[in-house]
Design a protein around this ligand. Structure first.
Ligand code: SF4
Ligand code: SF4
Length: 434
């Protein structure tokens, strides 16, 4: 018998007790200060530690790993696929941190034959899959009748094929688009608000420098009233983190947080693309969560607006059990693909629009570079050499393939997540001392 190679053991932040989390056996415990020796050579192994898989033979552990891995692959094969579609890289905003400034922006409404080509490709290649399409940009909801008409045509095609649609928009023209969105099944509308009015308007301006806060807030209110689900995203960096609590209070006062159609997410502003931001303002994943931790301890009302994951800590708190082991955190070319208005196919939203990352075309010709696709599809913790033997692997899943590729030159390389440190904070926040 040995200690499991998947035990994640550490002290809870700011406290004397510790935790053990084991994603393979699906167990987690808080360990009182005077009992921590049982996880070292100084202590005696208890029957409970064996029952919970914290202590296990190498052979039994390998068997369980293989069984869970097979389950993971099977579930993923049955999972719904998200197909991003970019109608153009143009945008009516000029955000202070926009990574797409470096992209070619050809401002023309979508062509019908290209939309037809996209849905033909989807029918041919994803016929046996559950799927939905997400409109993404640039900004997919641009002003003007021609843009409105082309999105209307796109939505009609989706509806005729029984495919749900989600929309990622800056929200500025959303109100004008709501009547045509109402014609089809919209899964959710993701809108970005980076803070309360003063902060948001400094970051997310129109091309002419005007602010966008009031129109977006009005669009959120209208969308919720009309029965659309809103996913409010806040892009965080060091310039707006200290406004996050005020944004949370604003959303609470608006009554949004009590609405079952309303949810939130955060986007870390980070250097994945050609980024125009000053990099000293950007967060690493760990420093972002450290600042979140400190903001939440000062302003607990933030948790009514947004509950950070802190690795698996929030999941454990909300569900009373651990999630299934994560053998792969990167859905690129597995349950996620991206397509754009030029007819190109990409692995996901992180690579879409980067010419050297294109994997093929769906229009006018259909072509897919299977060798390139394989490099994404084979990526998981069993094919990234550095992940072998890492005790964090089933919480981390190897991270993001695109970040790894940018950093190390190939997708099958690690993008390490600070799992232990995140759990130290998350367990402190979500679980009281015994
Ligand atoms: S990416 Fe890094 S932290 Fe994640 S499993 Fe691999 S080696 Fe471990
Ligand atoms: S490459 Fe990164 S952004 Fe793209 S699907 Fe994988 S994890 Fe997501």
């Amino acid at each position: 018998m040995n200690f499991s190679s998947h035990n994640i053991l550490s002290k809870i932040k700011g406290r004397n007790d510790s935790f053990v989390v084991n994603l393979l056996s699906g167990n987690a415990d808080i360990i009182e200060e005077n009992k921590i020796d049982i996880f070292s050579d100084k202590g005696d192994i208890t029957p409970e530690m064996i029952a919970k898989g914290y202590v296990i033979t190498k052979e039994a552990e390998q068997l369980l790993f293989d069984e869970k891995y097979a389950e993971f692959i099977q579930n993923r094969n049955e999972d719904e696929v998200q197909l991003f579609f970019v109608p153009g890289y143009s945008c009516n905003f000029s955000c202070s941190y926009c990574y797409q400034n470096g992209y070619d922006n050809e401002a023309t409404p979508l062509r019908k034959d290209l939309i037809d080509g996209f849905f033909r490709y989807v029918a041919q290649n994803f016929a046996d899959k559950k799927k939905y399409v997400t409109l993404f940009g640039g900004e997919p909801l641009l002003p003007g009748f021609a843009y409105l008409q082309s999105i209307d045509y796109f939505l009609i095609q989706a509806k005729q094929r029984n495919i749900d649609v989600a929309v990622v928009t800056n929200g500025y023209n959303l109100v004008e688009y709501l009547p045509i969105l109402k014609k089809t099944r919209i899964r959710e509308i993701q809108v970005t608000l980076d803070g309360t009015q003063e902060v948001h308007d400094k970051r997310r301006t129109l091309k002419n420098g005007n602010g966008s806060f009031e129109k977006i807030v009005n669009a959120i209110d209208k969308s919720l009233t009309m029965g659309f689900s809103i996913n409010l995203r806040t892009v965080i960096d060091k310039d707006n983190i200290d406004n996050f609590a005020a944004l949370a209070r604003f959303a609470i006062e608006k009554g949004w947080t009590k609405n079952p159609l309303f949810k939130t997410q955060i986007g870390r502003n980070y250097e994945l693309h050609q980024c125009s931001s000053n990099s000293s303002k950007l967060y690493t994943r760990l420093s972002l969560y450290e600042d979140f931790y400190s903001e939440i301890t000062k302003h607990p009302e933030i948790l009514d607006f947004f509950k950070p994951a802190f690795s698996v800590a929030n999941y454990l708190h909300e569900h009373g059990e651990l999630p299934e082991p994560l053998f792969d955190a990167c859905p690129a070319c597995k349950t996620e693909w991206a397509f754009d208005y030029t007819g190109k196919i990409y692995s996901c939203t992180a690579t879409v629009g980067k010419q050297d990352e294109a994997l093929g075309t769906f229009f006018p010709e259909v072509f897919l570079d299977t060798e390139k696709v394989n490099q994404w599809q084979c990526r998981d913790i069993t094919t990234i050499p550095e992940c072998e033997g890492c005790n964090l692997q089933l919480a981390c899943g190897g991270g993001c393939g695109s970040v790894a590729k940018n950093k190390n030159g190939k997708a099958t390389s690690p993008d390490c997540r600070p799992v232990k440190e995140l759990l130290e904070m998350g367990i402190a926040l979500y679980f009281a001392e015994k």
